[in-house]
Ligand binder design. Sequence first.
Ligand SMILES: Cc1cc2nc3c(=O)[nH]c(=O)nc-3n(C[C@H](O)[C@H](O)[C@H](O)COP(=O)(O)OP(=O)(O)OC[C@H]3O[C@@H](n4cnc5c(N)ncnc54)[C@H](O)[C@@H]3O)c2cc1C
Length: 380
Amino acid sequence: MDFSFTADQDALRAHLQALLGEVCPPGYAERCDGEARPPREAYEALARHGWFGLIVPPEYGGTGGSPIDLAILLEETGRHFEELAMWVFRTLTYGGYAVLAHGTHEQKERLLPRVARGELSFCFGLTEPHSGSDAAALATRATPAGDGYAINGQKVFTSGMDLSDYCLLVTRTASGTKKQEGITNFLVDTRLPGIEVRRIATLGQRAIGTTQVFYNDVRVPASAVLGEVDRGWEAVDAYLWYERLCLSAARTGAAMAAFDYALGYAKNRRQFGRPIGQFQAISHKLADMKVMLDIARMLVYRFAWLMAQGKATRHDAAVVKLHTGETYKAVSDIGLQILGGYGYCMEYPMQRFFRDSRLATIGGGTSEIQRNIIARGLGL
Ligand SMILES: Cc1cc2nc3c(=O)[nH]c(=O)nc-3n(C[C@H](O)[C@H](O)[C@H](O)COP(=O)(O)OP(=O)(O)OC[C@H]3O[C@@H](n4cnc5c(N)ncnc54)[C@H](O)[C@@H]3O)c2cc1C
């Protein structure tokens, strides 16, 4: 596959591959997953090498990279450890992109240099028990109290809340005629009194995982509002587009790692006197995986390019999210089959790809919702 990356982008990728090869050696992801331990050493190494400044403009201490640079960062990080890429993307999206796009001068000055240095972690609190796919039906309320607001409600699946400094929290501040009206976003300090966080046991994504969060009369200052009061839904939509680029790149990288493992296995595992990769039943599976991955990569970089040109649409975001999520899930499933009984064993890495990838068609908008968006774009 021949994308035309610039020499600087090739150098970015080479640097990342060397760094991640060192800080995420084989077995690292499995150990973090097995011990339910965030990949903190790797996160800190990325910070030390300046990677959190990638999308932050130079005036705030970053390098002002493009969406294509971002896709390279997340693809390579996802290739080494998807959950590390998820942690990085949440900070870059909700601490970097969101603050840059909608922050006040004071918020930018206070937060962006620290984001660029990798000193802060961010997470995203949108989903609630009664509003998942129908996200705008959210009910967590922020009401004026003193000089600020009091927040009451419950979120579910706020990933990384327990290791974040700030949560970009989506709340209802007014009742409009449409559910998208009366939404306000806050950057909430995760350590404020009244916040209770409970870890949720999950099939995969166990190193960082996800949480349930209760907001009980949490007092935040007016300076915690991000963007316009009552008119925050448009911003949420923009964050979700950006998220779809990040998720798609990270998951494509992870799917490539699952593919590489299955390919290596098929070349080495011998049955009936020959490597199993020489049986057409196995080699065709690998050929199909390769095609799915090539398309996934092309869609990721096409979408990144469209974003850089300011031409990306909701439809494009849904196409890349749908295809990359389904590809990661399929590649991990087929990869497990290629490993036979060893694919089913916890000491082999394929089971982790299989478990982790199951989220790819659910989290960040399900495949069904992406198909709905694409169908609407077709006038259906
Ligand atoms: C591990 C994990 C991490 C997550 N991290 C975060 C996070 O950090 N922040 C956050 O805010 N959220 C997060 N989420 C939430 C995630 O985005 C939602 O789970 C997802 O959007 C689906 O919502 P739901 O689970 O309530 O399912 P539901 O909306 O109840 O959907 C159930 C089923 O019905 C289908 N369905 C629903 N509506 C339609 C429709 N109109 N047409 C066709 N089919 C439909 C869905 O596709 C799905 O198959 C996370 C979830 C998980 C599991």
